[in-house]
Design a protein around this ligand. Sequence first.
Ligand SMILES: [Zn+2]
Ligand SMILES: [Zn+2]
Length: 270
Amino acid sequence: MVDFKSITDTTDNYNFHSHTQFCDGRADMAEFAKAAADSGFTHYGFSPHSPIPFESPCNMDFEKVDDYIEEFNRLKKLYSDRLKLYCAMEIDYIGKQWGPANPYFNTLPLDYRIGSVHFIPSAEGMVDVDGRFESFKKKMERYFDNDIRGVVESFYAQTNDMISAGGFDIIGHFDKIGHNAAHFSPGIEEEKWYETLVHDTIDNILASGVTVEINTKALADHRRFFPSRKYWKRLLDAGVTIVVNSDAHYPELIDAGRREALGLIHTRSI
Ligand SMILES: [Zn+2]
Ligand SMILES: [Zn+2]
């Protein structure tokens, strides 16, 4: 198990959430590792989207997992004198049948696991609600009868089921649905019922003892973090271990938004 607390207590030059050519990352792992070393990072984790039991353009194929691990081992050796690399996955929680707690993941030599929700159930199967708003809007009509509250509740229900099932070390972008939901229904994140859902989720996160990610991927384009800044004080006051991750899909963005988030945390401007 990686000791995230001791790493984050000693350095800001880390990133534990990043993508690869084996999922929807836009460059090879070698390019990401080089960018990390060139930027002075001392800890860098690869976390491709895990295989899932149905077709998805963003997720790694089961048949590619061995190639991923082989390439990881090659790079780990190559950079061993200057950069600690980690072999991880961002594992999708789909439901009781598939998620970070699935025994399949015990067969892989992963240094840690990120648990994330990108899919929620519909009458026609699982639907990815994580993508761009234009696509989300179409799915709202096609699969969910434009019931945004139902979609939000379903996202947090999936998140809380994932926390109960366990099997992961870091919870990824745990209020991510807020981004598309707020585009669909401006102000929704300030509604009482919505905030109660987030606070109930935080209760479960704190009880579980998992490390919490502050995800900075959307800062440049959308001026927001996941989780939203208004929940940081509660997380910091609780003393939970926090990692600030860029969720990089491009080598030039491995540090994007991280210094801003770290600055806010260090100065307690939250
Ligand atoms: Zn994600
Ligand atoms: Zn990701």
